[in-house]
Structures are given as structure tokens and as C-alpha cells.
Design a protein around this ligand. Structure first.
Ligand code: VAH
Length: 318
């Protein structure tokens, strides 16, 4: 029986990953952890929850032993824009937390997942149809963290035989938990503002293409990768993943199919625009398809329909 521990359970991915894993493997078999306590009515409290600062190795190991964990999904991290504002703290949290999680996986023989990101690429990376194996010279602290993390996952697999698995997530779009501190957050905020205000001012410029994916596809991809036959997995550092390559005007056009009067304006944030410009326009996902059957279900139109309906419902029941 799987006994899963998820760090960063209150984050944008962690929030939905906990719910999905509990539905698949049983409430009591998924330990959610985060540095802060969830609201009492949070779905996270429907199963085991513990406070954990991932930079506290002793506490992490104590939870792994107490809960008899066999699978670690390490999601706790600072995202790109926040990391750029506080690079030293970002290094301590992102790398210190990852090292502790990898050491827990090595010490207790855990199956291991942690996400990388398209942020692991930089300005010298081919921007179109970015290959699985290519130049990785990111110019953000977040990107440096993600490249180092990928190399650590490969090292722990090669040197210690840890079953490490990872993906390079694109921007993730969800109506469940609004993200914080990401460069791609415009693609989430725009849907909430479309429903609530009928307009949105984007901090990312038009024609700035980035890979994105609907959160349901992202969660399904994690489960599919973790359930895959390890013998077939060649890229133990991280797999390119994407559901679509979009820019703000494309999202606005999709929203206008449902909200014809929606208005999009721009007030570009130089820090996040610089990060976005350093990332690929679109990446090649053929390795993920070939090695473990990655197959996203949502395109921009379908995702827009689901996002707008869910936010309308969310606001109605408030
Ligand atoms: C960020 N949402 O913007 C994250 C993600 C590819 C972007 O890593 O930092």
C-alpha cells in the first residue's frame, strides 16, 4: 500500500495533488505537510496533516518514520518572481528543502517526485520546440534552483539508486488555488478578473509566448509518471511537459467567446517580463509521450470554458 508524504501541500500544485492522491490511494495514506496550518474547513484537513518546514531535516525524517512513508512528493518551493526578490532565501528554501527530501528518499528508500520547470531554461536555450536535452543557462535564481534540482535528481538516481522522477512544468492554470509569485500567474489572474471585473491588466506583454497547462492535466501527469514502469524512464532529471503555447491576446480571445465585452490592457512588470522573455516559446514533449504516455486533455478553448464556469460557480456559492 502506498504511504505518500506531500510537502508544500498548501501550494498551487500541492493543494490539488493531495486531494487527487487521497481519492486514488485513500485519505489515511496521504500525509499532507506545509509550513503553515490550513483553514479548518480546508479539504487538506480531511486527512493526516502535519506542520513541516522542509529545511528542518530532523522533523522531515521524524514524519517519514512515524507515518511509514514509502513515497515522497516534494512540492515546497518559492516560485520565480518571489525567488528573484529574495534570491538567498530562495536558495536556502528551494535547495535546502530539496536536499532534505532527497536524503529522506535515500535513507528510507522512498519513491521520489519533485517538479522542475520551463524556468530551467534560459535565453541561450532554443526557444522553439525546445528539446528534452539542450542548453540550460537560466538567468533567474528560480531557474538556477531548478537546474541544480534536476542534476541532483539524476545524481541520486545514478549514485544511490533512488527512484527519482520529475517533470519540467509549464505555467499551471487552476481555479482551485490562486498561485503566488509566479511569472505565469497572469494566465490565472486573467480568468478570475474576467468573471469578477470583465477586464484585466496583464503584467506580461502581448505576444510573449509561454508553455502552459491546465492543472488537471498536470496532476494526472504526476500520477501517470509515478505509476509508470521505472525501467522505461530514461530522463531521471526531468521531462519536458506542456499542454499549450499561449500569449495574453490568445487567452483574451478565448475568454471573449464567453465574455464578448472582456477588455485586456497591459502594465508590464519588468522583472517578470525579463524572466518570461528568457523562457522558451514552446517545448518538445515527445520524450514524456514516448517513455510514460503523457497525453494532456485540455486545449485553450476547453480550459477557458472550465475555468470560467468554475470561477462563476465559486463566486455564486460564496
Ligand atoms: C512560475 N508558475 O511562474 C511558475 C512556473 C513555468 C512557471 O515555474 O514561477
Amino acid at each position: 500500500m502506498k504511504k505518500i508524504m506531500i510537502t508544500g501541500a498548501l501550494g498551487q500544485i500541492g493543494t490539488e495533488l493531495v486531494v487527487k492522491c487521497r481519492a486514488l490511494y485513500g485519505n489515511e495514506n496521504v500525509l499532507a505537510t506545509d509550513i503553515r496550518k490550513p483553514e479548518l474547513d480546508s479539504p487538506i484537513m480531511e486527512g493526516p496533516f502535519e506542520i513541516l518546514d522542509v529545511t528542518d531535516r530532523d522533523r522531515m525524517f521524524e514524519l517519514v518514520e512515524t507515518f511509514k512513508v514509502d513515497t515522497m512528493m516534494h512540492m515546497a518551493a518559492l516560485l520565480s518572481a518571489t525567488a528573484e526578490k529574495n534570491p538567498l532565501f530562495a536558495w536556502d528554501l528551494n535547495m535546502g528543502g530539496l536536499m532534505n527530501a532527497l536524503e529522506a528518499a535515500r535513507t528510507y528508500n522512498l519513491k521520489f517526485f519533485t517538479p522542475s520547470s520551463i524556468g530551467a531554461f534560459g535565453p541561450s536555450t532554443p526557444k522553439v520546440n525546445t528539446p528534452q536535452v539542450t542548453i540550460q543557462r537560466p538567468t533567474s535564481m528560480y531557474g538556477v534552483n531548478k537546474v541544480a534540482g534536476e542534476l541532483l535528481c539524476q545524481y541520486y538516481f545514478d549514485k544511490f539508486g533512488v527512484d527519482t522522477r520529475s517533470v519540467r512544468f509549464p505555467g499551471l492554470i487552476s481555479h482551485v488555488k490562486e498561485p503566488g509569485g509566479g511569472t505565469t500567474d497572469y494566465a490565472v489572474e486573467i480568468y478570475f478578473e474576467a468573471v469578477r471585473e470583465g477586464k484585466y491588466t496583464s503584467f506580461i506583454a502581448e505576444n510573449t509566448f509561454m508553455d502552459m497547462m491546465f492543472m488537471d492535466d498536470a496532476i494526472d501527469a504526476i500520477i501517470k509518471l509515478m505509476e509508470a514502469d521505472g525501467v522505461k524512464l530514461i530522463n531521471r532529471n526531468a521531462y519536458n511537459l506542456s499542454g499549450m503555447s499561449i500569449e495574453p491576446e490568445m487567452v483574451a480571445a478565448a475568454i471573449k467567446e464567453f465574455y464578448p465585452n472582456f477588455e485586456l490592457a497591459y502594465d508590464v512588470d519588468p522583472t517578470r517580463q525579463t524572466i518570461a522573455d528568457s523562457w522558451p516559446d514552446n517545448i518538445d514533449v515527445s520524450c514524456a509521450r514516448a517513455e510514460w504516455g503523457f497525453e494532456p486533455k485540455y486545449d485553450l478553448t476547453e480550459m477557458t470554458k472550465v475555468m470560467l464556469e468554475a470561477i462563476e460557480h465559486k463566486d455564486k456559492v460564496k
